[in-house]
Design a protein around this ligand. Structure first.
Ligand code: SF4
Ligand code: SF4
Length: 145
C-alpha cells in the first residue's frame, strides 16, 4: 500500500467546470511563455473575466480549454492546478478531505487526514504554491502563516 496522500489517477474530473481556474499575473506569464504567445493573446483567446478575476475558459465539452486526455499545458499550468487537492479547505477541514475522495480518486483515504495535511503543506512549500498575495492569489491556496 502506498503511503502517498495523493497520486493523480488522470481521471480529468478536476479539469471540468467553468470558472474554477483563476489566472494570476504569475500564471499568465508562465502559461504564455509555455505556449509561446503574448500575455495579451493568452488573455484574449483563453480567458474570461468574472468578479474582477481572469479565469480559463472551457470547451463545449465542459472541460478546461487545455484539457486533452490530460493537461495539454502541464509544464505551464496555473498554480491552482498545481496545488490541487491540497487546497486550504481540504487541509483545514477533515470533512472536506473526506468529501473530495468521491470526486478525486487520487486522494488516498488510508493515510488519514493528518498525514494528508503534513504531506500537502510540505508539497505546497516545496513548489512555492502558498498564497502570496491576498488581493490576487486564489482563495483556494493556503496562506503562508
Ligand atoms: S480529480 Fe484527482 S485523480 Fe482525477 S485528474 Fe484531478 S487530481 Fe488527478
Ligand atoms: S490547465 Fe491543465 S490541469 Fe489546469 S484545468 Fe486546464 S487542463 Fe486541467
Amino acid at each position: 500500500m502506498s503511503d502517498a496522500a495523493f497520486t493523480c489517477k488522470m481521471c480529468g474530473h478536476c479539469c471540468q467546470g467553468e470558472g474554477g481556474i483563476i489566472m494570476t499575473a504569475k500564471d499568465r506569464k508562465r502559461l504564455a511563455a509555455h505556449l509561446e504567445i503574448s500575455e495579451d493573446e493568452l488573455i484574449e483567446r483563453y480567458t474570461r473575466e468574472s468578479s474582477g478575476k481572469l479565469h480559463l475558459t472551457c470547451g463545449d465539452d465542459g472541460y478546461c480549454v487545455f484539457y486533452a486526455e490530460g493537461c495539454g499545458v502541464h509544464p505551464g499550468r496555473p498554480d491552482v492546478c498545481r496545488a490541487w487537492p491540497f487546497f486550504r479547505g481540504n487541509l483545514v477541514d477533515e470533512t472536506s478531505w473526506e468529501m473530495i475522495q468521491e470526486y478525486c480518486p487520487g486522494v488516498n483515504p488510508e493515510v488519514g487526514h493528518a498525514e494528508f495535511v503534513r504531506q500537502g503543506k510540505r508539497y505546497l512549500r516545496e513548489e512555492d504554491l502558498l498564497r502570496y498575495d491576498p488581493d490576487t492569489s486564489p482563495n483556494a491556496l493556503l496562506s503562508d502563516d
